[in-house]
Design a protein around this ligand. Structure first.
Ligand SMILES: Nc1ncnc2c1ncn2[C@@H]1O[C@H](COP(=O)(O)OP(=O)(O)O)[C@@H](O)[C@H]1O
Ligand SMILES: [Mg+2]
Length: 382
């Protein structure tokens, strides 16, 4: 249920193709735009997604239930009590992009099921999804970001003039207006003057309830870097420089170049490694690792930077993708890490986190409901 639905399908199919079948039984689960879960071998074939109704009719709709310690995929057909188990899930490997999933909701789903899962937990995923809050956390950790003014649709309606004045004073023009929680360049508008601000904000607010306004970097180079690891240790990949056809790296640049035959983020025109001075690269990889830790990330993320050509090529963190397109595998291959090895590492990190959480106690062995006193004293009238 996100504007990046199709991109997620591409990322997931790529990853399933790269997983080592000698080690793993891969059970594809597709989440439809309506939020239903389907499983079936056909989901391994990207071509099958050209006709979704036909694809779904060849798959089985499933649900997830907890049985003892296990999380089990059950066929929804057949009625309660007679539903056939399809598989027990040892590990969940979410490959989804955008709202309603990458924002921590899917991590929360697996936390509730109590099974190990790959990638960022609820907090880090949620931080990565809200660009305004993410900036605050990164700035507090001493990592350079562009300051912004952020507000909700309601605040814009009630306080438009005050916000316009603040934006004029604190940000200036040209400015960029963007939805706080979207991706793939959807709803991003460049406004050159105060007059354009109104229509720009309205346009952006059509996509999200909260938007932010920041200074437009007019002499811009974009550099991305992936990080893999956890709170104990993490490593940065090589850097890439995506190549854009317009001022703003658009959805079309990212996914539609090449005659509409998209292969996801991995097919974007890019320079790998980015042609940047070694000092700049060292600074970027250092900030990338520090940002990963500041947000308490886990697994593989991609941190996107801007080089501000008008300010001495100042390095700024633009945004953090906690489930990056194509899982950034193409940034690890040049480091000598094949995609299947990257996936192995992600699986290991997921089991490592599960083991360390199992050492925590989640039982506090008193049941205040059994004693009768605790609630009776104040909460329940006797
Ligand atoms: N402050 C800015 N100045 C100039 N260009 C920007 C700025 N912010 C974003 N952009 C352009 O818009 C693109 C998308 O913005 P980004 O913040 O990365 O959102 P998304 O999550 O949609 O990728 C960037 O890749 C860049 O080309
Ligand atoms: Mg981006």
């Amino acid at each position: 249920m996100s504007v990046e639905h199709e991109i997620a399908v591409i990322s997931a199919v790529q990853a399933m193709a790269a997983l080592d079948r000698g080690k793993y039984d891969v059970i594809p689960v597709y989440i439809t735009k309506k939020g239903q879960l389907f499983t079936g071998e056909k989901l391994l074939d990207i071509e099958a997604f050209k006709n979704i109704p036909a694809l779904l009719s060849a798959c089985r709709q499933v649900t997830v239930v907890k049985e003892g310690k296990d999380a089990v995929l059950l066929d929804v057909k057949g009625g309660i009590g007679r539903r056939r188990p399809v598989a027990v899930m040892d590990l969940a490997f979410p490959i989804v992009h955008g709202t309603n999933c990458e924002d921590g909701s899917i991590a929360g789903f697996f936390e509730l099921l109590g099974i190990p899962y790959v990638g960022c937990d609820v907090l880090s995923a949620a931080l990565g999804m809200d660009k305004a809050v993410c900036k605050q956390v990164l700035a507090a950790a001493g990592i350079p970001v562009l300051p912004c003014v952020s507000f909700t649709a309601r605040e814009w309606v009630e306080d438009r003039d005050a916000l316009r004045a603040r934006i004029g004073e604190e940000i200036g023009y040209p400015a960029i207006v963007k939805p706080a929680n979207l991706g793939s360049s959807v709803g991003i508008v460049k406004v050159k003057t105060e007059e354009e601000l109104f229509s720009g904000v309205e346009e952006s607010l059509a996509y999200a309830d909260k938007v932010l306004v920041e200074r437009a970097v007019t002499s811009l180079r974009e550099i991305n870097c992936s990080v893999v690891g956890d709170a104990d240790e993490c490593e940065a990949s090589v850097c890439e420089e995506p190549v854009m056809s317009d001022e703003i790296l658009s959805y079309a640049d990212k996914y539609l170049s090449g005659g509409g035959k998209s292969k996801g983020m991995s097919s974007l025109k890019r320079r790998i490694p980015a042609e940047i001075p070694p000092e700049t690269e060292a600074r970027i990889t250092d900030y990338a690792r520090r940002a990963f830790k500041a947000l308490s990330c886990n697994g593989v993320v991609r941190i996107d930077f801007m080089l501000d050509g008008d300010n001495d090529n100042q390095v700024l963190v633009n945004e953090v993708n906690t489930i990056p397109g194509s899982l950034s595998f193409y940034l690890w291959e040049p480091k000598g890490v094949p995609y299947s090895a990257l996936l192995d590492r992600l699986v290991e990190l997921a089991f490592k986190r599960k083991r360390s959480r199992e050492n925590l106690s989640f039982d506090f062995d008193t049941n205040i409901l059994a004693s009768g006193g605790a609630l009776g004293a104040k909460g329940v009238k006797k």
